[in-house]
Design a protein around this ligand. Structure first.
Ligand SMILES: [Zn+2]
Length: 403
């Protein structure tokens, strides 16, 4: 069977066409329509297929067989029969979007060659953004900005893009950016005085149609650099989104968009200073509280035993208080705190004493139905049985005084 005639090969502006139905067969996902010629682009070369209509049937996928036949997958072929003449119509917005991303990729790939000698090894056109993998070992912002500048200069100059069908010998004489994968006639896409690439995709006729190329991000991937970019209308949508994000942050600080980063940076710095100040004050407060507790406590043998239960104090605060109680000592601190969900414990002793606070903590945590541990000098733990917190501390105190 003759390969399907590709109308998009010579003219990507053809969005409506007539064709003769060669065959209709039913497949797993619907009916597959084969035409003598088509303007529908089948998935390939990193570019997704066109969608649209064939007469009254909705085209949901277009794919190509190894022998060059292009099949149009429709939900229901209905009245479409072999021999019949049909009218095909391509979804314009989807075609324009793909054409912008794909043509933009040609230009961006050449821009990377000129900016930093980085060849493109693969291209993926995604639903939101597209990526190319380029051979660049140590990518930096400067590389991205340089390539972006070159690419957009070509667009602003509105360079023409031309399709050439040439023989392999003729192709070999052209400065092709990548090797051709086909034999026989080669389809070469030229961006005037800039780039020559063998390609079977749909392209803009002039670079101006691409609108804008914007690099969103880059990362190292599989010993290459993956560059994420958007072209055309996607650039506009992404610009709006970026502005919305930046403005919503700026509004939280009652400032305008471009002033927000400096203000946020200042606030982060202030927050750091405040946290440090808060730690210093907590240290002073815990020292004073520990002194008061020690002054009020009775001597238990040759050391002081401090036991206390608090509401809603976090583990860091308990640890700090315990350390102020046992330094310099000699003293033992058995501290607990609880909130609605759980109870927590911190046990500590002075260096001069030799109780094993870790072992004591393990037992106390069993009472609380939880877990805990630590070293000989300081241990912490907790459990869900908040009602047994006083009992757990009383049992630990008995162990310490009876030792
Ligand atoms: Zn192409």
């Amino acid at each position: 069977m003759q390969p399907t005639e590709r109308l998009y090969f010579t003219d990507s502006d053809i969005l409506e066409f007539s064709a003769t139905v060669i065959d209709v067969k039913s497949g797993d996902r619907g009916d597959e329509v084969l035409l003598d010629q088509t303007a529908f682009y089948p998935t390939g070369g990193g570019q997704p297929n066109d969608t649209g209509r064939i007469s009254d049937a909705e085209v949901i996928d277009v794919f190509e067989s190894e022998d060059g036949l292009i099949f149009h997958l429709v939900k229901e072929s209905g009245a479409i029969k072999p021999g019949q003449t049909i009218e095909g119509a391509i979804d314009r917005l989807r075609r324009l979007d793909h054409l912008q991303q794909h043509s933009g990729q040609h230009i961006l790939s050449q821009a990377f060659v000129q900016a930093c000698g980085a060849e493109t090894r693969s291209f993926h056109l995604g639903a939101q953004t597209s990526t190319i993998d380029i051979e660049l070992q140590s990518p930096a912002d400067d590389h991205m900005r340089a390539a972006e500048e070159i690419a957009n200069r070509i667009i602003f100059e509105d360079r023409p893009l031309r399709v050439h069908l040439v023989t392999e010998e003729e192709a070999a004489r052209l400065p092709l950016r990548k090797e051709t994968a086909v034999s026989g006639l080669v389809r070469v896409i030229e961006v005037e005085d800039f780039d020559w690439s063998p390609c079977g995709g749909t392209h803009a006729k002039r670079a101006g149609q691409i609108g804008l190329i914007a690099i969103k991000s880059f990362e190292r991937a599989k010993r290459m650099t993956r560059v994420e970019f958007v072209c055309g209308r996607r650039s506009l949508l992404d610009y709006r989104k970026a502005t919305d994000t930046a403005v919503s942050i700026a509004q939280m600080f009652s400032t305008e968009r471009d002033a927000a980063p400096e203000l946020v940076a200042r606030m982060i710095q202030e927050n750091k200073s405040l946290k440090k100040r808060q730690r210093d004050l907590l240290e002073l407060a815990m020292k004073a509280e520990a002194a008061e507790m020690l002054a009020a406590a009775n001597q238990a043998g040759d050391f002081k035993l401090i036991r206390a239960v608090f509401e809603d104090r976090d583990a860091e605060e308990l640890r700090l208080l315990a350390s102020k109680i046992v330094n310099p000592g000699p003293a033992v601190a058995l501290l607990g705190s609880r909130d609605a969900q759980s109870a927590r414990l911190v046990f500590a002793r002075s260096q001069s004493l030799d109780f094993n606070m870790g072992a004591l903590m393990a037992e106390a945590c069993q009472t609380l139905g939880g877990r805990g541990g630590g070293k000989g000098e300081m241990a912490q733990g907790g459990g869900p049985e908040t009602g047994k917190l006083d009992e757990a501390i009383r049992l630990a105190a008995e162990k310490v005084t009876q030792a």
